[in-house]
Design a protein. Structure first.
Length: 645
């Protein structure tokens, strides 16, 4: 079988951080004979070379190439391309990892759309990744119809014949931004680029020791010298005009202006800040015409103007003001309707923790000259933000806590100007409702609700909350798509999260009262504090003295209030005894999760009665207590034992 994908992994002293990468490659859903992984060891001095040799000896999909240290990732990737047998090559860094179906999905998507480059959805763990690019899938993306230029890391799939045909390889040697040069040329010369956004293909990781190459402080002279090479590629393959300006704007915005803004700038030592500013000033003056900065957001235009005018002190003062600006998002409602969770919220910006206000009668005024001072700059940004309010947007993303995978939810919103003070100022408020379909969320886990606000010169995110305990809505758990989903407020911060793997006591079934439960013949009926679409199937478990019986039930909506009604047929001929009852929202799962109900059934004499749950006897209570003590001891001792291994 021909190899479909060759995964190329440049390796240098990753230590334990390579293990997740290896595991993810071994778990790929693509058949084993249809892909290979090529680890190019760039002169590692830790135990990695021996680890990779053992891996290659054990797994025929894994290949290892050892070479002397080249100083950066360009040469190892080029060596991997030369050794690759696959129709496509995929670049993965040694401290990142892939989604289990990444290769299969990306390959199929690329073949289906004749792509030379396939960009898979990314999730960043403690580091940023493009967001807007992955709002939806783009089968035929270009630098003109999609924000491709936002994603210049090499973690993509490239058709090997395309790379060979145009002679594209990574710049080699110890240098920065070699991936920008490579990926930019690939975008501009590819017949087609496809963006796959409905599955997280690549997990971009910031190591706990923050030793990823991209997080090390760089030499500004060398860095911006390398950046000019990426700009050279754009000039080589585009004509002067709006497209080139838009591409150049990416480097001005991300690599220059954003480094000179707010806390990111203020966290740097003053001598390094000055050196960084000086090199950025040179590039701005040398390479960018007025059309590049004109397309930036208002705050970014101010920083670019101060930089072009060589006004370092004003850049720092503006950063100090901007550091006090942050979004806030307050919940207005959380409720289930028709199997979906409807989340209402308002969002606006705050300055120094107070609602931000703007001129009520603002009009747009182009920034043709740098502001005279920071006060004038702040006033211009405020007026531009108010004048652009019709462009403001609010989004709700659900971000999985363990993996950082995130997905946009459908949102409807309105824009409201709220009078503030004397009426000459207003607050700019976005009022939104998001519709969340938990059945569409991949896998079980905890999902944090994140609000993303675009307003004027800012695109920022914050958690949805905090919600004061006295006013926060308390929705039931819901049974959707064969699993229980619990919306809840985190402690102590009061932010909204969803648990899609909820079970046991957190289902909220402890609130069932005995009057809400009835048995008539062989039929069990109970009113439950759950939301479920009519006809949802659940599993029931009955236990008594070591015996276990099972049955199925159906949930239906209550006509006269919230919650659902459970109806089930008891197991045939329920034997005499007191039977505890538990409910599983996912009866078809290999290991259903059960939540205990706060009542029991007493069977005997041809009758079944609803009774309180029997308390455990003295011996059982002692055994349970002993187990808890042993569990606590193990929890304290285990780390000590592990530390000695």
């Amino acid at each position: 079988m021909p190899v479909k994908v060759s995964v190329i992994v440049p390796v240098y002293n990753p230590g334990i951080y390579i293990e997740d990468c290896i595991s993810s490659l071994q778990r790929q859903s693509l058949p084993p004979d249809e892909y290979e992984a090529i680890f190019v060891d760039d002169g590692s001095t830790d135990g990695t070379p021996a680890r990779l040799d053992r891996l290659a000896a054990e797994d025929p999909r894994m290949r290892v190439i050892h070479q002397e240290n080249s100083g950066w990732s360009g040469k190892p990737r080029n060596v991997g391309i030369a050794a690759a047998r696959g129709e496509f090559v995929m670049f993965v860094d040694n401290d990142d990892y892939l989604g289990d179906e990444a290769l299969e999905r990306m390959y199929a998507y690329g073949v289906a759309h004749g792509a030379d480059v396939v960009v898979g959805k990314m999730a960043g763990k403690n580091r940023g990744v493009p967001v807007e690019l992955f709002r939806r899938s783009h089968p035929r993306a270009t630098v003109e119809n999609a924000p491709l230029i936002d994603s210049l890391t090499p973690h993509k799939m490239f058709r090997r014949e395309f790379l060979d045909r145009i002679g594209l390889r990574f710049p080699e040697g110890r240098r920065r931004l070699e991936d920008h040069v490579f990926v930019t040329e690939a975008y501009l010369r590819a017949d087609n680029v496809s963006v796959l956004s409905d599955y997280v293909c690549y997990y971009h990781i910031r190591r706990d020791d923050a030793s990823n190459a991209g997080f090390q402080r760089f030499d500004p002279v060398g860095y911006f010298g390398n950046l000019r090479e990426a700009l050279d590629v754009v000039e080589r393959y585009t004509e002067p005009g709006p497209v080139r300006d838009r591409l150049f704007r990416r480097w001005l915005r991300v690599e220059m202006v954003e480094r000179l803004r707010a806390r990111r700038l203020l966290a740097l030592p003053d001598d390094y800040r000055r050196e960084l500013f000086a090199e950025i000033h040179k590039v701005v003056v040398e390479r960018f015409g007025p059309g590049v900065a004109a397309g930036l957001q208002p705050t970014q235009q101010v920083v670019a103007a101060f930089t072009a005018a060589d006004r370092y002190d004003d850049v720092v003062a503006f950063a100090e003001w901007e550091a006090s600006v942050a979004p806030t998002a307050a919940p207005t409602g959380v409720e289930w309707r028709d199997g979906s969770l409807h989340v209402g919220f308002t969002a606006e910006y705050a300055c120094a923790r107070e609602p931000m206000t703007f001129p009520a009668d603002a009009v747009r005024t182009p920034l043709t000259d740098p502001p005279k001072n920071v006060e004038e700059a702040v006033a211009w940004v405020g007026a531009e933000t108010a004048a652009r309010f019709e462009q403001a947007t609010a989004d709700l993303l659900l971000r999985e806590r363990a993996s950082s995978a995130q997905y946009f939810q459908p949102v409807e919103f309105t824009r409201e100007t709220v009078p503030a003070g004397d009426g000459e100022r207003v607050r700019l408020v976005l009022r939104a409702t998001a519709t969340v379909d938990p059945a569409a969320l991949p896998g079980d886990g905890v999902w944090d609700a994140v609000v993303r606000v675009k307003l004027g010169g800012w695109t920022k995110e914050c958690r949805l909350g905090p919600a004061p305990r006295a006013t926060r809505p308390e929705p039931y758990a819901g049974v959707v798509g064969g699993r229980a989903v619990l919306p809840y407020w985190t402690e102590p911060h009061g932010n909204l999260s969803l648990d899609t793997a909820v079970k046991g006591g957190r289902l909220g079934l402890g609130g069932v009262r005995r009057p809400d439960v009835a048995v008539s013949g062989a039929r069990l009926r109970a009113r439950l504090p759950l939301h479920a679409p009519d006809g949802a199937r659940v599993g029931l478990r009955f236990t008594s003295s070591g015996r276990t019986l099972h049955a199925s039930g159906t949930l239906s909506g209550e006509p006269d209030g919230p919650g659902t009604r459970l109806e089930a047929t008891l197991p045939s001929g329920l034997p005499r005894g007191v039977w505890r009852v538990a409910l599983a929202p996912d009866p078809g799962a290999a290991q259903p999760r059960y939540g205990g109900l706060p009542f029991a059934l007493r069977a005997g004499g041809g009758r079944v009665l609803v009774v309180p749950v029997p308390r455990p006897g003295t011996v059982r209570r002692l055994v349970r207590g002993a187990r808890r003590v042993l569990g606590a001891v193990r929890a304290k001792v285990a780390p000590l034992i592990d530390g000695r291994r």
